[in-house]
Design a protein. Structure first.
Length: 205
């Protein structure tokens, strides 16, 4: 089985997950999804307060060698045991989730296009874009409602690491994209083009 690998990157709150979810719902079992966020390093020797102060928005925060190994396995037709990361405790749990190989593999994440090794495995590279104020609002709502954060902690993290790392790493990775999706993950024209490309692959395979 030939696997079409699509990388989906973009800033925090840009709509990466929305686009990924739309494609998964459209094609079902023909698509598997692997999220870069699952591969945050586990600093289990640090206290919660120490972990909370780490910079999670720069490349060294991720266990990229494990992500690359799992991508190669999925491309080769082998399932992987994907880590499960707790965003409330800032630590990798003892659980894993099995990801099965599929005809189309979506690799989604903040810095998924920043790493050369990961980029080499992608057939299509997508960067999802949205205005900074929209992205910030989405991040606040997500972190407060779903991750148990306070408004003050979200604001502090955004100013200390999220915005500086976006400017240094995320935004520059746009240059590697084959497709830039403006206006977030619900852009109907871009979505239609991506769906058409996936349909071509499924027919040919």
């Amino acid at each position: 089985m030939e696997t079409l690998v699509i990388g989906i990157a973009g800033g925090t709150g840009s709509g990466k997950t929305t686009l990924t979810r739309s494609l998964k719902e459209r094609f079902g079992d023909d698509i598997s999804v692997i999220n870069y966020d699952s591969y945050y390093k586990s600093y289990d020797t640090l206290s919660f307060e120490e972990r909370r102060k780490l910079n999670f928005d720069q490349p060294d925060a991720f266990d990229t060698p494990l992500m690359a190994e799992h991508l190669r396995s999925l491309i080769g037709g082998r399932p992987v045991a994907c880590p499960v990361y707790s965003f409330t405790e800032y630590i990798r749990t003892k659980d894993t989730v099995t990801i099965q190989p599929a005809k189309v593999l979506l690799a989604e994440g903040l810095l998924i296009l920043q790493n050369p090794e990961l980029r080499k495995m992608m057939d299509i590279k997508i960067f999802v874009d949205a205005d900074a104020d929209v992205r910030l609002l989405r991040r606040i709502l997500r972190d407060v409602k779903k991750r148990g954060r306070t408004l003050d902690s979200v604001a502090a993290q955004y100013l200390a690491t999220v915005k500086p790392m976006h400017d240094e790493y995320v935004e520059p990775s746009r240059r590697y994209a084959d497709i830039v999706v403006p206006g977030g993950g619900r852009n109907p024209v871009a979505l239609g083009l991506i769906i058409g490309r996936i349909q071509e692959h499924l027919k040919s395979s």
